[in-house]
Design a protein around this ligand. Sequence first.
Ligand SMILES: [Zn+2]
Ligand SMILES: [Zn+2]
Length: 378
Amino acid sequence: MIQPTKHVPLVTPGDGRGVVRGDPTAESRLDPLTGNWTIFSPQRTGRPDEFVDSDVRAESSLECPFCPGNEEATPDPVWCGRISTEDSSFEISQVGQEISNPDWSVRVVPNKFPAVDEIKPAPQKRVDANLFQRSGIGGGHEVIIESRQHVESLTDLDLAELNLVFRAYRDRLQYWRSTSGVSYLSVFKNVGGRAGASLSHSHSQLIATNRLPAQIKDSLDLMSRHRASTGCCLMCDLVRGELKSKQRIVWADNALVAFCPFASHIPMLVRVTTQEHQDCFENLDEGQLESVSRLVGRVVSWLEKLRPGTAYNYCLQTRPPAMKDTPESFHWWIDIFPRMTQVAGFEWSSQCMINPILPEDSASKLAACARAEDPRYL
Ligand SMILES: [Zn+2]
Ligand SMILES: [Zn+2]
């Protein structure tokens, strides 16, 4: 049962696998050569990992902490959604409300091995203000457990589960946006060891932090400058350009679009967004959420058709809470990509990615999958 609490417990006590309350938790350090902050999270080395020494999806060898009956293996949920067996409607309960655990269809729990600690009001610790800057990194790290079934991919979920997962994203993003001190919000999914998954049971994650990553800040500056010089949203302009060119469109209706971006840095990356301007994903209405969840599920199914059993990630970008001055410059999106290449020496040294597949070719193959599935989009 969820107990009514005002504060979400973000850090869990030890479980005999190397994490105890009071251990040093996450801190971040600034690299003065790049301006990038790195999060150090030694407690995450104690995580169970089904994918050790494996690049591909694996059969579970561990007792799954996300399966029904093992709820005590995870911290108490902060969000539970139940799908009615009668009419497929949703019943959603959040912290502060009572919910019967055994009935969940999708549940959100704090990560037992969080990458970030609670936001603390303590001042930043600095060893040397110029060279060796470090500070606590605060926020929250949650796991969205997407099904009662021990399945691995988004395409294994039924449509009601899929829709409910995206409702969970919306509700938890709204919660963290309203939490004081949060600057950046990230929702992502890792499927397969090569994509960074440590457990196979279908799940995604949300990390909220009090620090805006340098690369995200650079992107926000580009969006703000485009808005200032043209009066238009950069993503709206890009979507209009892609729709006009047609060369990289995978699928579109009057509201949504899926395309392989012109300068895609990863092979077969598909970007999904709304054609109408919307800065925050969590402001989408319920009909839009359902449409987005279906489209993301279909994109994954097309990627899996072309690369059966592929490891993949997706990353949802919504307007960072830190971007307050020009909120109209930002436009949410989701990037979905199979893990086909490794980051190698040149990419590490230059931060310049080498993509072996032109996005026009990726889009053409994926659009063929979309047409084969639904001839209305021929
Ligand atoms: Zn499981
Ligand atoms: Zn826009």
